[in-house]
Design a protein around this ligand. Structure first.
Ligand code: HEC
Length: 121
């Protein structure tokens, strides 16, 4: 598929705070070890849905940012910077599922995936 217009991306927009978090994400090369929707480096885990993982709350995530673990480096983020990273991961999480285990192939060739945007309606 060729994307020619921004409208194909739908109505997903990051908030201002999440964009600040995204910039921290980009400036610190989190993506060189982590993936979002399977894209990125593979040293660390995919973080698409880490925010909604019931075993990992915000305290755990914030602690991970600044204390590191094995090959996860220690960063020195302020509490506001940590808040923006959390906001970024939260809003990414709201866009969908990865991996998407409930994709269904229909007879006409379309693959219908479960999308958080259209749930609970
Ligand atoms: C050099 C590679 C590397 C970089 C760069 C890196 N991480 Fe990690 N990260 C890891 C690894 C490896 C783990 C898994 C640690 C473990 O559990 O043993 C991890 C774990 C995490 C976790 C916990 C995931 C979970 O499911 O428990 C979060 C959240 C995280 N990193 C966020 C970040 C953020 C945000 C950045 C950028 C500011 C970043 N990481 C940069 C390697 C990296």
């Amino acid at each position: 598929m060729l994307y020619t217009s921004k409208e194909d991306y739908g109505k997903i927009h990051l908030s201002k705070k999440a964009i600040q978090g995204e910039n921290i994400w980009l400036n610190n090369n989190c993506n060189s070890c982590h993936q979002l929707y399977g894209l990125g480096g593979y040293l660390g885990p995919d973080l698409t849905n880490v925010y909604s993982n019931k075993n990992k709350n915000e305290y755990y995530l914030k602690a991970m940012f600044n204390s590191g673990l094995k090959s996860m480096p220690k960063f020195k983020f302020s509490s506001y910077e940590k808040e923006t990273l959390i906001q970024f991961l939260k809003e990414v999480d709201q866009t969908g599922y990865y991996p998407n285990t409930s994709a269904v192939s229909e007879y006409n060739g379309w693959v219908v995936i479960k999308n958080k945007k259209y749930e609970n309606r």
